[in-house]
Ligand binder design. Structure first.
Ligand SMILES: [Zn+2]
Length: 199
């Protein structure tokens, strides 16, 4: 495989990037001076070397601290937890500025309750997180897709069995997020009212 095809194939694996966009990226890079390419390579390498996962919420972050800036912020509400599918959902919710609790990134959603599917989610990590805290409310904020709904059931079961008593109140985002839609693509205002109207 020549270097163009090789790079096109790499970019094609990126989320939302198809063959045509991948091709455009490659031709764009070909036109760049050597310094720009080096800058890109260094930035990609740094991403892997400097970024670590927060052991509480699994949000990637950079720096010397043990925890991410949200988990170590003393003004966040430590009794309120929001369970989400992925990192970008955290960014979407943070951008509304309507949520002052903590997060837990599940790492995906599953369509079936088969063991091999479930093992891809951070269910064991969630159990540990629940066991060590006294949350009064947990918002299960997964996308209203079939996978999101199936995973919500699993998360709720986990909360009911693994959280210390009294069982925290389990809430969901209110309507407003289109059925089959995703948090990541929901506009700020809609997400804001879905958070405020949670039940
Ligand atoms: Zn964190």
């Amino acid at each position: 495989m020549d270097s163009i095809d090789k790079l096109v194939n790499i970019f094609r694996r990126f989320p939302t990037v198809g063959s045509r966009t991948a091709g455009r990226f490659v031709y764009y890079l070909m036109k760049q001076p050597k310094e720009k390419i080096d800058e890109l390579i260094t930035a990609v390498l740094e991403l892997k070397n400097k970024i670590k996962l927060c052991p509480l919420c699994f949000n990637p972050f950079e720096g010397e601290n043990m925890l991410c800036s949200i988990c170590q912020n003393p003004s966040r509400n430590k009794n309120l937890l929001c369970v989400i599918e992925k990192e970008t959902d955290l960014l979407s919710i943070e951008s509304t500025k309507k949520f002052n609790g903590l997060y837990f990134i599940l790492g995906g959603t599953v369509a079936t309750m088969r063991k091999e599917d479930i093992s891809q989610l951070r269910i064991e990590e969630l159990k540990k997180r629940l066991a060590g805290n006294n949350f009064t409310e947990i918002i299960v904020a997964l996308n209203p897709t079939p996978e999101g709904r199936a995973t919500s059931v699993l998360v709720e079961q986990t909360i009911k069995t693994a959280a210390p008593l009294p069982v925290p109140r389990i809430t969901h985002l209110a309507r407003g997020i289109p059925v089959g839609g995703e948090l990541e693509y929901t506009d700020e205002e809609t997400l804001e009212s879905a958070l405020e109207g949670r039940k």
